[in-house]
Design a protein around this ligand. Structure first.
Ligand code: C2E
Ligand code: MG
Ligand code: MG
Ligand code: MG
Length: 284
């Protein structure tokens, strides 16, 4: 996607696509300010195990509250990646997520916390060291903070990404492959990845009830992942019928609006009261 598109011999300029447009540069300045002044937030979405029916974890998703017009997570991350802010942003996210895990623990909820990692982070030579240091200073969290990476992000720089992932794995950090089936999957990479969890992309889950081909793909993916030793999470599950279908297919966990939309931590805790975690989760 280039800022300048040629159509019928005419050149069209789209400022939003231009990394050096004044609008873009203003937004970067604003984002840097927001990051430095703690104005970004993480919202949390629960993940449920289909065997025990318990909520087993939450995923942290970035938000920019109060920003008008709103800047969505995908856009915010793209901006951070282009401007070099992704390094401090990911570090902020990780520290917030560990703090959130403490808050959950204090509320009697021993849940895993998943955070999303950018391709750029995988190219940072000191990233594994940073994560290890953070883990050492939060000892009780080892194995409970999951890093999500997309298969597409791997493909941009496979050798360096793989080196980073191996170091993280060696340090005992659980990894999840995010948005599986949405990009250029390479089965030869998938089998090499030191991951514990594969998250099937929402685009394959949305029409599961009506599209036979999606059903075949999802069932085959679940079986393949199990044979490779991965746990499988279905993303973007919005109704009970899809949940039941996924359960029959042997899917391990689900995430999606059928459980809850992403929300501030305090709201999530208010919904996930200890003691009735096995009840149909949430009062919406
Ligand atoms: P993701 O990691 O695949 O996160 C799932 C996205 O699907 C979230 O969008 C979530 O709100 C949305 N979602 C969950 N359940 C449903 C559902 O049932 N139906 C529908 N229609 N949507 C659902 P969100 O929060 O806008 O995040 C988009 C993407 O931005 C994330 O995709 C992730 O790749 C990226 N992202 C978010 N936060 C961070 C972050 O802190 N760091 C990095 N590097 N990336 C992040
Ligand atoms: Mg994710
Ligand atoms: Mg995803
Ligand atoms: Mg996504």
């Amino acid at each position: 996607e280039s800022a300048i598109a040629i159509e019928k011999g005419m050149a069209y300029y789209t400022p939003a696509r231009d990394p050096y447009s004044p609008e873009r540069l203003t937004l970067v300045t604003e984002l840097r300010h927001a990051l430095e002044h703690n104005e970004l937030a993480l919202w949390y979405q629960p993940k449920r195990c289909l065997k025990s029916n318990e909520i087993v974890g939450v995923e942290a998703l970035i938000r920019w509250p109060g920003r008008q017009p709103a800047v969505h997570a995908d856009q915010l991350i793209a901006l951070a990646e282009q401007s070099g802010l992704i390094r401090p942003l990911t570090r902020w996210v990780m520290e917030q997520a560990l703090a959130a895990r403490n808050v959950l623990l204090e509320a009697g909820l021993d849940l895993t916390v998943s955070i999303n990692i950018s391709p750029n982070n995988l190219r940072e030579r000191d990233f594994p060291l940073f994560v290890q240091r953070l883990m050492t200073s939060h000892h009780q969290h080892r194995g409970r903070l999951i890093l999500e990476v997309t298969e597409t992000s791997m493909m941009q720089d496979p050798a360096n990404s793989m080196r980073t992932l191996r170091s993280l794995d060696y340090a005992g950090i659980p990894l999840a492959i995010d948005d599986f089936g949405s990009g250029y999957s390479s089965l030869s990479y998938i089998k090499q990845l030191p991951a514990c969890e594969v998250k099937i992309d929402r685009s394959l889950v949305t029409d599961l009830l009506t599209h036979t081909d999606d059903r075949i793909i999802v069932k085959t993916t679940i079986d393949m992942c199990h044979n490779l030793g991965y746990q499988v999470v279905a993303e973007g599950v919005e109704d009970e019928a899809t949940t039941e279908l996924l359960r029959e297919m042997g899917c391990d966990m689900i995430q999606g609006y059928v459980l809850a939309k992403p929300q501030p931590l305090a709201d999530l805790i208010a919904q996930l009261r200890p003691g009735d975690r096995d009840l149909p989760v949430l009062r919406q």
